[in-house]
Design a protein around this ligand. Structure first.
Ligand code: ADP
Ligand code: 5GP
Length: 189
């Protein structure tokens, strides 16, 4: 049976990786993470094929030319992210799928999967708190943090085009609220 699709979208640093892991740990949801492809450098602790498929710019461009992506996006200068058709086709046969993408990617995936998908925007309580989280996560330099803050401001303006908006203030509350939303969609609907 073909699975359903959860599209998580949030400004970088809002907590979507943390929240996605929480959903993935719930066996009842039968969720598998769609591993995106990217040309950005690998961060400490990230594993190729697990967090992302890390590709060179040339490899990524070849896949664009061969029409291998459902969607792709140049999220930051020289940094591409995209969802490979092959990744999704192999997962959706027997699983529900969770995506972690930017606003434009979320829109494309929502158009592609339609009613089979639920798009969820995860918002930080404030831009200041987002900045604090990016600084304490300590995985981006100052310039990257500024890029992410500027992009977050734009993305926050588009949150109302999503099926649901969840504010990630208290982490435990956000986990519980998100589980309820996802359970209603995957299991009860
Ligand atoms: P994203 O995947 O959206 O970039 P992460 O899940 O990596 O975000 O979260 C960014 C940082 O904020 C991490 O260090 C994470 O532990 C922390 N974090 C996530 N949610 C909360 C929260 N509700 N309160 C405080 N810190 C949080
Ligand atoms: P990060 O570099 O922090 O992992 O991700 C940066 C941004 O790229 C995030 O907003 C993330 O959701 C987005 N992103 C990750 N994978 C994809 C993808 O496959 N497609 C699109 N459009 N955006 C993605």
């Amino acid at each position: 049976m073909l699975g359903k699709v959860i599209i998580l979208c949030a400004p970088s640093g809002s907590g979507k990786t943390t929240l996605a892991k929480h959903l993935l740990s719930n066996e009842l949801f039968n969720l598998k993470f769609s591993v995106s492809s990217t040309t950005r450098r690998k961060r400490d602790g990230e594993i190729d094929g697990n967090d992302y498929h890390f590709l060179s710019l040339n490899e990524f461009k070849n896949k664009i030319d061969n029409d291998e992506f459902i969607e792709f996006e140049q999220v930051y200068e020289d940094t591409f992210y995209g969802t490979l058709k092959s990744e999704v086709n192999s997962l959706i046969e027997n699983n529900n799928i969770i995506f972690d993408v930017d606003v434009v990617g979320a829109e494309s995936l929502k158009n592609y999967f339609g009613d089979k998908s639920l798009s969820i925007f995860i918002a930080p309580p404030s831009i200041k708190e987002l900045e604090n989280r990016l600084i304490s996560r300590a995985k981006n330099n100052k310039e990257e943090i500024n890029q992410r803050i500027n992009k977050a401001k734009e993305e926050m303006n588009k949150k109302n085009s999503f099926d649901t908006v969840l504010i990630n203030d208290d982490l435990n509350k956000a986990k519980n609220n998100l589980s309820k939303i996802v359970s209603d969609f995957l299991i009860n609907e």
